[in-house]
Design a protein around this ligand. Structure first.
Ligand code: ZN
Ligand code: ZN
Length: 291
C-alpha cells in the first residue's frame, strides 16, 4: 500500500461545531492508518453529544523525535459507544476495553513534527483565561477546546518557514516567544477603546497622531513589555501595555527574534514538504523509525 503524504493545510482542519483535545497513549503510526477507528475515552459529561465531522486534535507526549505536542488530528464519525456495541471483529481496535469508545476516521499524523508543541499550546491566553484552564492530564482524556483554537493554529502557521525548515534551536524558541507575545497582545475593540483614550503619542519615538475614535482604523498598537510568554502562565494585564506606533512595535518584535538576523545557517530543508501523513502502512514507519 502506498504512503500518501499531504501538505498540512487548515482546510483539513475544517470548522466544525466542536474541536476536542485528546491525549494519546501510544503513537498512532504503530498501526496502519485504517486501524485507527476508536479512541478509548475517560469519563466525559453525560450531556456531551459527539457529532460526525467534529475534529479531535491528538496530543502525544512520549515522542522520541519531537517534544510533547499535537501530533495530528482525526474526525469523529459517530456517538460514543460501549464496547458491547462494537462488533467482536473490531474490538481489538479499542485500546482500553473498560472505557467508552469514540468512533473516528481520517487520521492525519506526523512522526517527527508537531502541529504545535504542548508548552506553546498551554502558554496561550486562550487555553488559560477565557474558558478557565483547558488541559488534558492523562492518556485517554478528552476535552472540548472549541473552534477558536483553529484560528490560533492558523496564526501559528504564519511562521511555517521556521517550524518546517532546519533553523537553529535558538531561533525556533524565539519565534515561539514572538507568536505567544502576539497572542497575548490581541485586544478586543472595547479594551482598545479604553486603552487608547487620550493616547496621542508613541511612547518610544514620540510620533503624534489624533486620539483613536471608534469606527476608525487603529493607529497605535499596544505592546506588552517584560513578560516571558512561554512556560508558566502569567495572566495578561492590559493596563501594563504601552502605546507604540506600528514601526516602533515592529522594532520591539524584532528584538524578540534576534537570532534570525545573526544566524544565517538555515536552509529550506523540510520547508517544501508537508509533515502530515495519511493512509499509511505501518511497516514503512516501523522500519524507518523506532516508534
Ligand atoms: Zn514610534
Ligand atoms: Zn508587542
Amino acid at each position: 500500500m502506498p504512503i500518501f503524504r499531504k501538505f498540512f493545510t487548515m482546510c483539513y482542519l475544517r470548522n466544525t461545531s466542536n474541536v476536542y483535545l485528546y491525549c494519546l497513549d501510544e503513537h498512532p503510526m504503530k498501526q496502519d492508518a485504517d486501524k485507527f477507528k476508536y479512541l478509548s475515552v475517560r469519563k466525559v459529561a453525560k450531556y456531551r453529544i459527539f457529532t460526525s465531522g467534529e475534529t479531535v486534535l491528538l496530543l502525544f507526549r512520549k515522542n522520541k523525535y519531537a517534544p510533547p505536542g499535537i501530533i495530528g488530528f482525526c474526525t469523529i464519525t459517530g456517538p460514543l459507544k460501549k464496547l458491547s456495541e462494537i462488533s467482536l471483529q473490531e474490538r481489538y481496535l479499542c485500546r482500553e476495553h473498560s472505557m467508552l469508545q469514540l468512533p473516528v476516521a481520517d487520521i492525519q499524523c506526523s512522526v517527527s513534527m508537531n502541529i504545535i508543541d504542548e508548552e506553546v499550546l498551554y502558554s496561550l491566553p486562550y487555553m488559560n483565561e477565557y474558558l478557565g484552564k483547558l488541559r488534558v492530564f492523562k492518556p485517554y482524556s478528552l476535552i472540548n477546546i472549541y473552534i477558536p483554537i483553529l484560528n490560533i493554529l492558523e496564526r501559528y502557521r504564519e511562521y511555517w518557514f521556521i517550524w518546517h525548515a532546519k533553523r537553529s534551536e535558538a531561533e525556533v524558541f524565539q519565534y515561539k516567544r514572538l507568536f505567544l507575545h502576539k497572542e497575548r497582545e490581541y485586544i478586543s475593540h472595547r479594551a482598545y477603546l479604553k486603552l487608547s483614550k487620550n493616547v496621542t503619542r508613541c511612547s518610544t519615538c514620540g510620533l503624534e497622531h489624533k486620539e483613536f475614535a471608534s469606527f476608525t482604523p487603529r493607529f497605535f498598537e499596544f505592546h506588552e513589555p517584560d513578560v516571558n510568554p512561554i512556560g508558566k502562565y502569567v495572566k495578561v494585564d492590559i493596563t501594563k501595555f504601552i502605546p507604540l506606533c506600528p514601526s516602533c512595535h515592529r522594532i520591539e518584535h524584532e528584538k524578540i527574534v534576534p537570532q534570525c538576523f545573526t544566524d544565517k545557517s538555515f536552509g529550506i530543508i523540510g520547508a517544501l514538504g508537508g509533515h502530515l501523513s495519511c493512509g499509511w502502512n505501518t511497516k514503512y514507519f516501523k522500519d524507518e523509525f523506532e516508534l
